[in-house]
Design a protein around this ligand. Sequence first.
Ligand SMILES: Cc1ncc(COP(=O)(O)O)c(C=O)c1O
Length: 289
Amino acid sequence: MQVLIKRDDLLHPPDDLCFCGNKWRKLKYNLIQAKAAGYKQLLTFGGAYSNHIAAVASAGQLFGFSTIGIIRGEEHLPLNPTLRHAKGQGMHIHYMSRSEFRKKQEPEVLKRLEEEFGIAYVLPEGGTNASALQGVEELVAELRAQTVIDARTSVVVSCGTGGTMAGIILGMAGQGQVLGFPALKGDFMEGEVRQLLASEGVSWENWSIHRDYHFGGYAKHKPELVTFMADFAQQYGIKLDPIYTSKLFFGVLDLIEQGALEVGDKVIVVHTGGLQGIKGWEERFGPFI
Ligand SMILES: Cc1ncc(COP(=O)(O)O)c(C=O)c1O
């Protein structure tokens, strides 16, 4: 069996780790649409350590949009590295109570935000929408140009909202297998992915979710995950992020070792980036390398 890594973490120069990986894929067509429709501002939502917030801030700076980041919860000073980066890229940071944040997609909340900040192209938390799926589909087109993809190929990816996985399933168009490894605890990911596929009018069944590698849930970790990240970086010279890709690589390699995966001859693991999160994580939990 061959294990290949799709290095989407390298999509943007390493001195700005924020606008790479699945963020670039998911934002590309949103940015094109926002520009074409004449929007000057992007507004989006996220937690204080969100890769998506960091990426939208970078995208705004690169492509000439002002950006507003609506952050869940209250302000903590000094700002963590993610929000420092976002602010440094010119993002206006606005904190929203957790109770209001839960209602952020409701029309009254969106109207209030528009009254306060003006008209903006609104991206959902995590950036998953139809345009995001379109961008992720291109990842598969690229893979087809780089290697042979056939019925015995599996593409493996980390899941948060499930948008990246759904885009990959669309791109695979029924061929091979797509395996998702949620970084969050719970059994909702199947439903999310199914719904995203249904909204695109397809019902491919060549995918599965592997729920045993969340390490306690979103942003949670265990010592063996930290050791794995450090060993992986040392052995392959590839950094993984602590929230998403470390759990993915740990999970897929573990299942392969156990002989528990029916994955065919070629396994392509997608490195979706997220390395900006390392700094904030190290500030909280200590260095891992
Ligand atoms: C680095 C990284 N990988 C994977 C994911 C999961 O992507 P999705 O929300 O599309 O499932 C995210 C989340 O946003 C992420 O930041």
